[in-house]
Design a protein around this ligand. Structure first.
Ligand code: IMP
Ligand code: MG
Length: 187
């Protein structure tokens, strides 16, 4: 097997099926950015991305933001233990370095599933007294939601399936793909 077959750059597999094309993703990103441009026109906005999955989406989203003073920071969080239930442990691996006191904050995710990690993050950030705090996600899977998380902006609601690509991975595979793919099995 040569190296190209080992790590294909355009993903062709019987296990994955393309779900969103590059064009579709760009259209959704631009539409979300347009909404933000109107809402935060002339203001400051601290975007807090959740590592690692959101990096590709954030890099596209912020390039469409105009007339806003944009700050970008990142957190790394993960849920351990009883992941489908409301109670369980959330680990904060990396915190922000930006002072968000009195600032407009926007948490940005590429996908929200149970919502537990984001709910924890939002409650924690609120303690720093931001002026406002909102949540934006490119994709939403509302079926396994375990907490009453308010999502202010949703790019697209998708089926309850596992996906990869455009920042999303399966064991670090697929993050660099430009399109989003459904995993056919074991979904
Ligand atoms: P939750 O909303 O706390 O359950 O966690 C959502 C996080 O789980 C996302 O930010 C992703 O990192 C990961 N995740 C959820 N669904 C998928 C998926 O379909 N593919 C890859 N990662 C996913
Ligand atoms: Mg994520």
């Amino acid at each position: 097997m040569n190296e190209l077959n080992k790590f294909p750059s355009s993903f062709v597999s019987t296990q994955f099926e393309q779900y969103l094309s590059q064009n579709e993703i760009q259209t959704i990103s631009e539409s979300l950015a347009h909404t933000l441009n109107q809402k935060y026109n002339g203001e400051e906005l601290v975007i807090i991305g959740v590592l690692k999955g959101s990096i590709v989406f954030i890099s596209d989203l912020i390039r469409h933001l105009k007339g806003i003073k944009v700050y970008v920071d990142f957190v790394k969080i993960s849920a351990v233990g009883r992941t489908k239930e409301e109670d369980g442990t959330i680990i904060l691996h990396k915190d922000i370095k930006t002072n968000i006191h009195g600032k407009n904050v926007l948490i940005v995710e590429e996908i929200i599933d149970t919502g537990r990690a984001l709910f924890f993050l939002k409650e924690r950030l609120k303690q720093s007294s931001p002026r406002s705090i909102e949540v934006l996600t490119l994709l939403d899977k509302p079926y396994q939601r375990a907490v009453p998380l308010k999502i202010d902006y949703i790019g697209k609601k998708i089926e309850d399936k596992f996906i990869i690509g455009y920042g999303l991975d399966i064991d670090e595979y697929g993050r660099n793909l430009s399109e989003v793919y459904f995993l056919k099995y074991p979904n």
